[in-house]
Design a protein around this ligand. Sequence first.
Ligand code: SAH
Ligand code: SF4
Length: 350
Amino acid sequence: MELIDIRSMTIEELTSLMDELGQPKFRAKQLFSWLQSGTPSFDEMLNIPVSLRNVLKEKCYIADVSIERRLVSEIDGTVKYLYRLYDGEYIESVLMSYNHGYTVCISTQVGCRMGCSFCASGLNGRVRNLTASEMLAQIKMAEKDNDIRVSNVVMMGMGEPLDNYDNSVRFLRLVSDDNGMNIGLRHISLSTSGVVSGIEKLAAENMPITLSISLHAPFDEMRSRMMPVNKKWNLAALVTACRKYQGVTGRRISFEYAMIKDVNDSKECADALIKLLRGIMCHVNLIPANPVVENNFKRSDDKNVNSFCEYLNSKGINTTIRRTLGADINASCGQLRNQKKRRDDGENCE
Ligand code: SAH
Ligand code: SF4
């Protein structure tokens, strides 16, 4: 019998489960609170009768993550975690401190199958999707480990959230539930490489999250070389989906643009980007590209990033440069897991 992932269940689903087990409805809310507050075992759920705890132990498991490595930036206090999952897989999360509070960047898959050429997460493909409970556990563990409350979440770690649509949306509902972690949807960003079918579905969910699009190139040929997803949904399809999304949700869209030296940082690119985004209420985030051991991209010079930014702003596109956090601890996702994998593979060969 397959065990039930009880930490991924909504109050409604727990209510049905309690019903099946002949339990009163109010138990569902009690259980939900315990599970969402990160209680690791049924034995600690003191207001749940021992007999019910025993039944739940037989039928269910409580998903969690454990800390395999923890790196703290000496520059800005950013904490990067390598978490171990129940099946021995590894994922990464980053805890960042801003003036307005703590933000956690979570992973949504083990690996990624989108194959973007500049990214460390996709180098070895996708191993599996994360469950909603494994997404929640990343936040809760960061809170426990640092004795803090997290106020913002970005789904920008390893994996493509819209390639794991159902679990990602389930996570959004659970994390924002006021009987659980109660992190407002307006404080959550979901980043996608441009899975248009997922953007269309998401628009219909009516959730006030921030949609963030990893754009990185304003020309189809260039983007297809960097991001294979562009061969399936090109820039025209992506921008149309963004306009529709904005039409339905009224939310400003964020576009991520990693600046790579001599690839996408010319004035011609800036002009094409301005044309592409005309009429969309948006914000462009320029990211000085993070060099990855496995590829040979170089980040654009600071001077060039600054002038690209000024130029876009002068043309009416609201643009900022992302502050680099955790520069000394490889804070961009995928790199720690790859290091771990290389070490493990090396050890196996000996
Ligand atoms: N799969 C989703 C979310 C995870 S990637 C997506 O692609 O949007 C999170 C962000 O990091 C994306 O904007 C991605 O393009 C960017 N990124 C990946 N590798 C990078 C690198 N080496 N340097 C800078 N940004 C990178
Ligand atoms: Fe996957 Fe995003 Fe990396 Fe592309 S950038 S390989 S979609 S994690």
